[in-house]
Design a protein around this ligand. Structure first.
Ligand SMILES: C[S@@+](CC[C@H](N)C(=O)[O-])C[C@H]1O[C@@H](n2cnc3c(N)ncnc32)[C@H](O)[C@@H]1O
Length: 309
């Protein structure tokens, strides 16, 4: 699906504006917690983590940045990687979809996808057809997942007014231990089967902060997920969005997962010539207006997407 145009509510004068309802929900959340006064995005770490203090710092200072990156990828105003945009818009056009949100944290990435689609529906840029979104948020931080659920609750009325019905189930899980994710996947696929859905989107956003060794430790789980998503009767897409691609090691990991997803399905051991070279995905720069302090903020984004069909 392509976009006729991008509404001014999401992109104005060469700058990204985050969907207002997402900003309102998020600001309400920070206000209720009494954390708005701690908002200092420049002084925060990129990583997040298992402790309550890390989860609090991360939701306070990194949520908007992650959300801005994902919105940029979904609207793709400069038509730089239209396949990523089309993949998201097509998967989330209507019907029943199951999203596996890995290292989901406070959910900024997936909440930004839903908010962007909702705003495009609200502005009548794309059709408003009933869409049920079943999200399985996976993270080792129970605090971060609770924040995810709280922010989503605030967004639900607006999403529902635009025929998007979102349900979040979350699982506290250490992705370094593949046995844990295996059990969660059993439940995830049973839920999808019960709803007769074979459409899956796996989202990963902003994990590069855990560095090469951190991602390496998750690889068994990621490959297992890719293998289980790869099935002739499943339509599975992956969207991996990061602030930067460090010396291409991340691209190499992503490529391994992409091979697993495709290999099992097609029996081929390499990408065809027409496939994008994931390890060389370009870094794109953009500017966005921070809705809390009104600062013009510079961000970078790398997007890697692939699917099994
Ligand atoms: C930078 S945050 C990303 C949050 C979110 N995906 C986003 O879009 O902003 C990284 C998340 O990875 C989680 N994480 C790091 N290592 C993990 C592991 N081994 N298992 C599960 N979650 C992990 C952290 O708890 C944190 O919430």
């Amino acid at each position: 699906m392509s976009l006729k145009h991008t509404p001014q509510t999401l992109w104005d004068k060469g700058q990204l504006c985050l969907a207002k309802k997402l900003c309102d929900a998020y600001t309400d959340f920070l206000n209720e917690k009494g954390w708005l006064k701690n908002y200092q995005p420049k002084n925060s770490s990129d990583i997040g983590g298992a402790s309550s203090a890390e989860a609090q710092d991360h939701v306070t200072n990194r949520f908007l940045n992650s959300a801005a990156r994902m919105q940029y990828v979904c609207i793709d105003v400069n038509n730089e990687q239209p396949r990523s945009r089309m993949m998201v818009l097509d998967q989330l056009a209507q019907g029943e979809i199951f999203i596996l949100d890995l290292a989901a944290g406070h959910g900024a990435g997936t909440l930004a996808i839903l908010s962007t689609i909702c705003e495009l529906r609200h502005e009548k840029i794309i059709p408003t057809l009933p869409l049920n979104v079943n999200i399985r948020g996976i993270d080792m931080s129970p605090d971060a997942l609770n924040y995810y659920a709280e922010i989503l609750e605030k967004l639900k009325p607006w999403l529902a007014a635009n025929a998007i019905y979102a349900k979040l189930t979350f699982s506290v899980c250490d992705l370094n231990i593949s046995g844990q994710i295996n059990e969660i996947l059993d439940e995830f696929f049973e839920d999808a089967k019960a709803k007769k859905s074979n459409r899956f989107l796996c989202t990963i956003s902003a994990v590069s902060g855990i560095k090469k060794e951190g991602v390496e430790r998750m690889m068994d789980s990621l490959k297992l997920i890719a293998a289980r998503l790869s099935h002739r009767k499943k339509s599975s897409s992956w969207l991996w969005v990061e602030p930067k691609l460090e010396k291409s090691w991340l691209g190499a990991f992503v490529e391994t997962i992409s091979f697993t997803l495709k290999q099992i399905f097609s029996g081929k051991s390499s990408l065809t010539a027409t496939e994008e070279d994931i390890s060389n995905a370009p870094t794109r720069n953009f500017q966005w207006i921070d809705p809390i302090n009104d600062h013009l903020t510079h961000s970078r984004v790398v997007v890697m997407q692939f699917k099994n069909l």
